[in-house]
Design a protein around this ligand. Structure first.
Ligand code: HEM
Length: 296
């Protein structure tokens, strides 16, 4: 098993200075890289900056929670993007064990992301309405990290780059659209292990939507029918299904939360709201891993 070589000093909390007693290192010194007036804890993860990033625009009691939880979700999108990017890199290098280990970690993060909806659903319709106007046209549609995450997993829809046009993040989002997805790399990995993946799926214009294919489905079917022979690939198939499953749960729970707090009102981003989200919730990543199930 690879590690990053980092061991927390004292074997306990990584932020403890020596593990032998209560931490006492506060305030910077010339040689520890901690700015004067800060602590090593705050300096390491920019905690003071983080805590200064909440700016409610109304006096509504629930607006601070809405902002903080939205920020938490955005950070978790970022973390998932990092983890799935790492797993994609492992597959590209045929490091299947490392990819599986990384997908396991990403799955735990997806669970945290999903559980955030519990806190959002505590918001009554009136409480949400008390500050909703100040959102203006702000919508999750405009989330850079969410869009990059969807593109990384394989939901390529060039139109959804649109909200980022004329922003500083446009190139980043567009670049992600053109990169191979996690699923594209999984199919390349399958091909290198002797499974019959059509060549046009191995080197295609990755900015185009993925089209499900019967031969790809047949390759996965073989893996499921002979899990002993294709043990690693079978584990990969189930790990990817876990990823897609968790993502579908996130979409459904978003929809449910919206039905609960907003009803059928239109979204701030200009869609019909819950009806639009309901259609979106039907999408599944890695489509052949779902379609083959009725034949297994
Ligand atoms: C009660 C709170 C929420 C409501 C009522 C709500 C409502 C909606 C609606 C109606 C849409 C459709 C697009 C539009 O017309 O705006 C949407 C899209 C979206 N929302 Fe939310 N939302 C809520 C919370 C959140 C949170 C906290 C996040 C994450 C930080 C989020 C992320 C997204 C994303 C990423 C989309 C685009 C989905 C896609 O492209 O597939 N939403 N939301």
């Amino acid at each position: 098993m690879r590690t990053n070589g980092h061991q927390p000093r004292g074997g306990g909390c990584p932020y403890l200075s020596d593990g032998s007693g209560p931490p006492h290192a506060t305030g910077g010194t010339a040689d520890d890289g901690v700015p004067p007036g800060s602590t090593p804890y705050a300096a390491y993860a920019a905690m003071d900056t983080l805590l200064a990033l909440q700016h409610p625009r109304t006096g509504a009691e629930t607006e601070p929670g809405f902002i903080i939880l939205s920020q938490v979700k955005e950070l978790l999108f970022k973390l998932l993007h990092t983890e799935f990017g790492t797993a994609r890199g492992h597959l590209a290098e045929d490091r299947l064990d490392d990819a599986l280990w990384t997908l396991r970690r990403a799955g735990r993060v997806q669970q945290v992301l999903l559980s955030c909806w519990d806190a959002f659903s505590a918001l009554s319709p009136g409480e949400f309405a008390s500050f909703r106007d100040v959102l203006g046209s702000a919508s999750g549609f405009q989330s850079v990290m969410y869009r990059k995450l969807e593109f990384l997993l394989g939901n390529k829809n060039a139109q959804l780059v649109g909200p980022h046009e004329n922003t500083a993040k446009y190139d980043e989002v567009l670049a992600q659209l053109h990169e191979p997805s996690l699923y594209d790399e999984a199919l390349r990995h399958l091909a290198r292990h002797g499974l019959d993946i059509p060549p046009e799926y191995l080197d295609r214009d990755f900015s185009q939507p993925y089209r499900p294919d019967e031969k790809v489905a047949e390759a996965w079917r073989l893996v499921y029918e002979q899990p002993g022979r294709y043990h690693g690939l079978f584990l990969l198939a189930e790990a990817l299904t876990d990823t897609a499953d968790q993502f579908a749960r996130w979409r459904y729970t978003h929809l449910l939360t919206v039905q609960r707090t907003l009803g059928d009102k239109p979204g701030t981003g200009g869609t019909e709201g819950s009806r639009w989200l309901s259609a979106i919730a039907e999408h599944r990543f890695f489509p052949e891993l779902w379609s083959i199930r009725s034949a297994l």
